[in-house]
Design a protein around this ligand. Sequence first.
Ligand code: SF4
Length: 261
Amino acid sequence: MLDIIRKGVLRKGIVTSDYPQEGTPRYAARLGFPKLRTDLCKAHHVCFRSCPTNAIQEREGEIKVDLGLCIFCAQCARSCPEGAWTMSPEIELAKRSRSDLLSSSSIENKSIQELGKSLDAMIGKVFGRSLAIREVDTGSCNACEVEVNALSNAVHDIERFGMHIVASPRHADLLLVTGPVTRNMERALMQTYKATPEPKLVVAVGACACSGGIFRESYAVRGGVDRMLPVDVYIPGCPPRPEAMIYGLMLAVGKLNDKSR
Ligand code: SF4
């Protein structure tokens, strides 16, 4: 047994990811958000019909993807006869307003290195200690929870940034909400929000929390989290990767800094 521990665990070395210090990880083999090559697009609109959440929209003559609705399923890329859609591996997609999730072909964000550098100082300034996060599942399929759980594992280890998952909203600075807001969980969400002390933040995680996602037309669903509460940061994805959540949490800490001034 000791031999197994020595070989399998002790000799493994450090497994914790260098993100964000070493920049954005690229997941070439995995699906990210869809990007349109306008030079190849012949406007057949096949992609509009293939999208299960109607995330592809035409605004002022430009084709845009609503990342708050997109579930990154790649149906647009599979259906386009011109091969105009590609799935980008980028993960730093979180935004501070719902309207900013409506992207055209490229996404511009503040660099994660810039955010990472100021994070420790910001958390210290705002809380004088650390950021306490309470997760609220308002009806998710559980895939977002699997990724939220991964935030605390040895690879992603958000404790290294001074962020902790806590068991009660009374100890929380930030509510991390997953899933569409179902009618059954609406009251629980409002009570959790009321129980969280000021200043507080709300972060919507995943397409369902951002907009209601694939379930938004269900009789059992009220919609995205912003139908009930003010949302400070939206993290798109279905589910978003742990690094995408770390990026969104960093944006949120910056916003809390502005709120507490
Ligand atoms: S966003 Fe996707 S993974 Fe997350 S709860 Fe909704 S369907 Fe599940």
